[in-house]
Design a binder for this molecule. Structure first.
Ligand SMILES: [Zn+2]
Length: 274
């Protein structure tokens, strides 16, 4: 094992402390990591930030690599990614609900390198991605974490009506076929080359959407989703405060200046023709 405090020159921080709580930039630390796993991690992050419109970040916070708990962490062969800090933007994994495009863009590229990626919808993983290489990169219909990913991108990136439950059924199979068709990717998804192509194209589309969708109307929709996700006692007051803001004449006038229309088909054909 090797001790590192940065990856590809990006400082690695720890933010699970009283003085540096989750969501903060934390403090730089040394982490023990398996050397072969580190090579995969470097390649994966290189690809993620090459495509990410925000570029190379200033800090990555991790909950740990070598951790004294069962599984791949005990060999320094797993990484828990908490948050990414760029100069003017932050992705905290717990904020999935209002950063879906950026989150799913990053995850799509991570999946090209790691057979295991556990995300926000996987039990106990709301506040970090767990990634490891204990299984090969491919698509397995019986994998809950992989099916959750596919359903999440079908719903939030490709705007398909679909239930996100991690179970591969007729609805998911049918929608995958339809979207793969539109993207010009062969089925089945369980053939590795098809799956990788889907990850790559989806990552690029998600990143493109994350650039194009930053209109005030989209940000307001995000805020509404965050409010609907709150515990009930907080939700009612927050929803009423938002509604009285939205119902105001001048707000309506101002919002009338913006449109939230983006054409998914145009974004898709732009990415396919790159
Ligand atoms: Zn983990």
């Amino acid at each position: 094992m090797k001790s590192i405090n940065s990856i590809n020159g990006i400082p690695l921080h720890y933010a699970r402390l009283i003085n540096h709580p989750y969501g903060s930039k934390g403090e730089q630390r040394n982490f023990l990591v398996d050397e072969a796993f580190l090579i995969t991690l470097e390649k994966a992050l290189q690809e993620v930030f090459e495509h990410c419109p925000l570029g190379v970040p200033e800090i990555i916070t991790t909950a740990g690599i070598f951790v004294n708990k069962p599984g791949q962490h005990s060999h320094g062969k797993a990484f828990d990614l908490d948050a990414v800090f760029w100069e003017e933007e932050t992705l905290i994994t717990m904020n999935f609900v209002h950063q879906k495009e950026l989150y799913l863009g990053i995850e799509s590229f991570l999946r090209k390198h790691f057979g295991i990626v556990l995300n926000y919808h996987y039990p106990n993983h709301k506040d970090h991605w767990h990634i490891d290489t204990s299984v090969p990169v491919d698509y397995n219909e019986s994998s809950k974490s992989e099916t959750l990913y596919v359903q999440l991108v079908l719903k939030h990136i490709y705007k398909e009506e679909i239930l996100v439950d991690g179970i591969w059924g007729r609805q998911t199979a049918g929608t995958v076929k339809e979207v793969f068709n539109k993207l010009g990717i062969n089925t089945p998804i369980s053939t590795k080359v098809n799956y990788i192509k889907f990850l790559d194209i989806t990552g690029k589309i998600a990143f493109k959407l994350c650039e194009e969708k930053r209109t005030p109307i989209h940000l307001l929709n995000n805020l509404t989703e965050v409010i609907e996700d709150l515990p009930q006692q907080n939700r009612i007051a927050a929803r009423e405060a938002l509604n009285s803001f939205l119902d105001h004449n001048e707000t309506e006038l101002w919002l009338g200046n913006f449109s939230d229309k983006y054409d998914l088909d145009t974004v898709i054909s732009t990415v396919l023709n790159l």
